[in-house]
Design a protein around this ligand. Structure first.
Ligand code: FME
Ligand code: ZN
Ligand code: ZN
Length: 419
């Protein structure tokens, strides 16, 4: 194997010699090179790619335009008992922007280094999972398998910008109803240890802007009742609340999914050094576990604002209220199929609440069970970060995991209602 530093796959990495790379890895790297990156994702490129895949798999692909320019693609493998509820393998096609100057390699070149680490935006979130689903299906089909339940692979746009023109709209579309879903798999997170994390619920994102009006005036004077002092009181109140985060370090039982977090993410206000501003706004990204009483929590926010000033108000840019969990009881047939397959593969599972938000929340809101799972153990959590990468061995192992999980889920016997 000769190192080829400036091969067609992007400079800087050591490439496999011709014909030595697993074709599944090659396909993954090809998909990473598509620039489905916000703010203007090349969704047409993704659709062309998926159409080609459907042709290779000899499976039909349906396109549902949920909003102008926003298409959900669905590849379907019909089961031998199509009246039974189906299994959905969901993934989003978009990725978040990059700070290119902070990357070791071009984030859209899919460079593989000498350790087999494949660098690229989306390598963990979640282009790996898309290709792992596809490759598992390809192998199962090639082995002549067929299962009782229908399997749908759904490829959804705009997850990274809140899903309004993606899954949120799709779940209300008649084509979604037609999928006759029994159970869905969607994305999870990497785990740096040997274990795999699985997510059975999600925290609710609340994005809030607090508006602090105040008296203006010359920057040289003692101005009372300023916007800035209200903003500081608001921040102090929120900061007190932030103390809960320290519980993460003191109690091993807590994970990020179990505690409310808050970050101040934007501040706006001011026009000149010597003009006291008439308004200052501060925005927060709050993530609230499904166990928290949301009405009581909003009362706290109201009280913080009131303390900061009678005229201080807040608006929501996102306010999710879904507190559904997916069952992880051994008596649940879907969870049993999932967990017993993992056990048979000697995989250790850690059950958690997802700390951010994924398209699963829209599926769970429809009353359907969904598990968040990206088979990446021994991998640092690098989604949305600089130098996001996935090792090719971990990626390949993930395909084997789905080669076992998909048959188990698609063979779950009819449920009590005959579904
Ligand atoms: C509130 S919609 C935003 C969804 C986004 N999802 C992935 O990062 C997130 O910030 O969790
Ligand atoms: Zn994602
Ligand atoms: Zn993401």
């Amino acid at each position: 194997m000769l190192p080829d530093k400036d091969g067609p796959n992007g400079g800087g990495g050591v490439q496999d010699g011709p014909g030595t790379e697993d074709p599944s890895v090659t396909l993954f790297r090809e998909y990473l090179r598509l620039k489905t990156v916000h703010p203007e994702p090349d969704y047409d490129a993704a659709l062309r790619f998926l159409e080609r895949i459907a042709e290779e798999l000899a499976l039909p692909l349906k396109k549902v335009e949920v909003c102008p320019g926003r298409v959900v693609a669905i590849i379907t493998w019909v089961g031998s008992r199509p009246e039974l509820k189906s299994v959905v393998l969901n993934s989003h096609t978009d990725v978040v922007p990059v700070y290119e100057e902070h990357w070791k390699h071009d984030p859209f070149a899919a460079v593989k280094d000498e350790h087999g680490n494949i660098y690229g935006r989306g390598s963990q979130d979640m282009k790996c999972v898309t290709i792992q689903y596809i490759e598992a299906i390809r192998r199962l089909k090639a082995a002549g398998k067929r299962f009782s339940r229908t399997i749908h692979l759904t490829f959804v746009p705009d997850e990274e910008v809140g899903g309004h023109k993606g899954m949120e709209t799709f779940v209300k579309h008649p084509e979604f109803q037609k999928l006759n879903i029994g159970f869905a798999l969607d994305e999870g997170l990497a785990n740096p240890t040997n274990a795999y994390t699985v997510f059975y619920g999600e925290k609710n994102p609340w994005w809030i802007t607090v508006r602090c009006p105040g008296s203006p005036g010359h920057g040289s004077r003692f101005v009372e009742n300023t916007a800035a002092e209200k903003l500081v009181i608001e921040l102090l109140n929120v900061k007190l609340h932030l103390c809960v985060i320290s519980r993460l370090n003191t109690n091993e039982c807590f994970t990020l999914g179990d505690v409310t977090t808050v970050n101040m993410t934007m501040v706006k206000g001011g026009v000149a050094y010597n003009v006291v501003p008439a308004e200052m706004d501060v925005s927060f990204d709050l993530r609230i576990p499904p166990t928290v009483n949301l009405q009581e929590f909003e009362e706290k926010i109201k009280a913080w604002c009131k303390e900061a000033g009678e005229d201080v108000t807040y608006d929501f840019a996102q306010k999710h209220m879904d507190q559904n969990f997916t069952s992880t009881e051994e008596s649940d047939p879907w969870w049993h199929a999932f967990s017993s397959t993992c056990k048979a593969m000697n995989m250790t599972l850690k059950k958690e609440i997802f700390p951010a938000a994924t398209d699963s929340r829209f599926i769970r809101e429809e009353g359907l069970p969904a598990i968040g799972f990206s088979p990446m153990n021994l991998t640092p959590i690098l989604l949305h970060d600089h130098n996001e990468y996935l090792n090719e061995q971990v990626f390949l192992r993930g395909i084997q995991v789905y080669e076992r999980l998909v048959p188990a889920l698609a063979s779950v016997p009819p449920l009590s209602g005959g579904e």
